[in-house]
Design a protein around this ligand. Structure first.
Ligand SMILES: CCCCCCCCCCCCC/C=C/[C@@H](O)[C@H](CO)NC(=O)CCCCCCCCCCCCCCC
Ligand SMILES: Nc1ncnc2c1ncn2[C@@H]1O[C@H](COP(=O)(O)OP(=O)(O)OP(=O)(O)O)[C@@H](O)[C@H]1O
Ligand SMILES: [Ca+2]
Length: 446
């Protein structure tokens, strides 16, 4: 039920001893040669993620399953932030393993992909600082045992946040490819993102919530309410390269599901075509939020996610622009993330499926704009917003927000984002349609 898997024992009886030995051998051979099951895993546990239960969850719920399935493990309990990332980048003997597993939340998953992708590029002599390089795909699959605050990547790839279900997907050797966005500033690499890149509302929620880490997962709700009431908007320019020739749009009723044909079709298409096909488009404006969702970003807070029709592995990201509007209208938009109503069907919201996009905030748009400011031609509003960044007590709107990159704050506001189609693989199979479960639960239907 609800995508949760459980272990069950099945006992076969066979009247002939010789036949039973043959069946057993056949089963072992099938497991060995047809299923792509991992035999040796490298595991990182964040003891401080979410409700600080990572170690207990792994020892009580996951380790016994790995032992029963004959999967051997090397376990590292992290001692500081970025421990897992740095270990993967430089020290880990990756050849020994069939996969890497993190026990924690989206932040821990982010550490793993940063370590693995970086290492893969360096080993393959690819320069990660160049935004136009074609990145090498990572060969090791990644497993997530959810033990964080949002666990949006686990939820959106498995359909539930349940450690036992995730452990079983790892054991049976499932494989789900996933898109990764690279984020650059002036030809310098900043970060990778797989779920949400959010400027404005989600950037501000994250900045505020970091000061409330002690509260655990509830910090996001409190900061969300605070930032909703604060109602800041930000000026800037977004330019983007629309995804052309692919199938699927952000307003589709169909969802990315197990064995998704849209991901298969677009994945094939994008590997054959130059991604720079098409014309850049530019939008200037005042925005409450600029969000790029490379997958649905479904999570328990919003089971359909920020962009319900986004795909895990189609080589695109959904760029959602929420223009300045009243608090009431913004609340209508937010509330629709939790209901069946379409959050994009509002005059102040637009959504585009893109391959690449850039953002420049109002105050660093161009040198000529800056010169105007210096010559004293800037409007009073600009000057005040500049001053008031340094004097938050006066309560007027700040000029800049920051980017929320999968739950980490980015150090730059002007960014260049590019989607790398199916760069990584997870031990998952995407969300299965409920009908499949119903059939399997009913032996007569099979
Ligand atoms: C009125 C209810 C409206 C509910 C609207 C819920 C929309 C929730 C959308 C969640 C999207 C999550 C995207 C995932 C991002 C992850 O890579 C990242 C790392 O874990 N998580 C966050 O940044 C954590 C981000 C967490 C954001 C929580 C925002 C909560 C908003 C609450 C607004 C309250 C307004 C109340 C007015 C009376
Ligand atoms: N031993 C450690 N001590 C302190 N911080 C750590 C340690 N190990 C990992 N971290 C950091 O903790 C941060 C949060 O971890 P994690 O993602 O597991 O939980 P979370 O933030 O509660 O969940 P979510 O990311 O789903 O909201 C990560 O950014 C990670 O870099
Ligand atoms: Ca995608």
């Amino acid at each position: 039920r609800q995508h949760r898997w459980r272990c069950a024992e099945v006992t076969f009886t066979c009247p002939e001893g010789e036949l039973s030995v043959m069946l057993l051998l056949l089963l072992l051979l099938l497991l060995l040669f047809t299923a792509n099951r991992p035999k040796h895993l490298l595991i990182y546990i964040n003891p401080y993620g979410g409700k600080r239960q990572g170690k207990r969850i792994y020892e009580q719920k996951v380790a016994p399953l790995f032992a029963a399935a004959g999967v051997s493990t090397d376990v590292i309990v992290t001692e500081y932030a970025n421990h897992a990332r740095d270990h993967l980048r430089t020290e880990a003997e990756l050849k020994k393993y069939d996969g890497v597993v993190c026990v924690g939340g989206d932040g821990m998953f982010s550490e793993i992909i940063h370590g693995l992708i970086w290492r893969t590029q360096i080993d393959g002599a690819v320069d990660p600082n160049c935004p136009d390089e074609t990145l090498q795909t990572c060969s090791l699959r990644i497993g997530i045992i959810p033990a964080g605050s949002t666990d949006c990547i686990c939820f959106a790839t498995v359909g539930t946040n349940d450690p036992v279900t995730s452990a079983l997907h790892i054991i049976v050797g499932d494989s789900q490819p996933m898109d990764v966005c690279s984020v650059h500033h002036n030809n310098a690499f900043l970060r990778y993102s797989v779920s949400l890149l959010g400027y404005g509302f989600y950037g501000d929620v994250l900045t505020d919530s970091e000061r409330k880490r002690w509260m655990g997962p509830a910090r996001y709700d409190l900061s969300g309410l605070k930032m909703f009431l604060t109602h800041h908007y930000y000026e800037g320019t977004v330019s983007y390269l629309p995804a052309r020739g692919i199938i699927g749009t952000p307003r589709d009723a169909a969802r990315c599901r197990s064995g998704c044909v849209v991901c298969q079709h677009n994945g094939k298409l994008l590997t054959e075509r130059s991604e720079n096909d098409g014309e850049w488009r530019t939008i200037r404006g005042k925005f409450l939020a600029i969000n790029a969702a490379s997958m649905s970003c479904a999570c328990p807070r919003s089971p359909k996610g920020l962009s319900p029709a986004a795909h895990l592995a189609d080589g695109t990201t959904d760029l959602i622009l929420v223009r300045k509007c009243s608090r009431f209208d913004f609340l209508r938009h937010l509330l629709r993330h939790t209901s069946k109503d379409d959050q994009f069907d509002l005059t102040f919201v637009e959504v585009h499926r893109v391959r690449r996009f850039r953002f420049t905030p109002r105050h660093c748009q161009s040198d000529s704009d800056l010169e105007l400011d210096l010559l004293g031609n800037a409007s009073k509003r600009q000057i005040f917003s500049q001053i008031c960044r340094d004097h938050p007590a006066c309560g007027c709107a700040p000029a800049y927000s920051c980017w929320n990159c999968d739950g980490e704050i980015l150090t730059h506001t002007a960014i260049d984002v590019r989607v790398h189609c199916q760069l990584i693989k997870l031990f998952a199979r995407g969300i299965e349609e409920p009908a499949v479960f119903e059939d399997l639960a009913n032996p007569c239907a099979i």
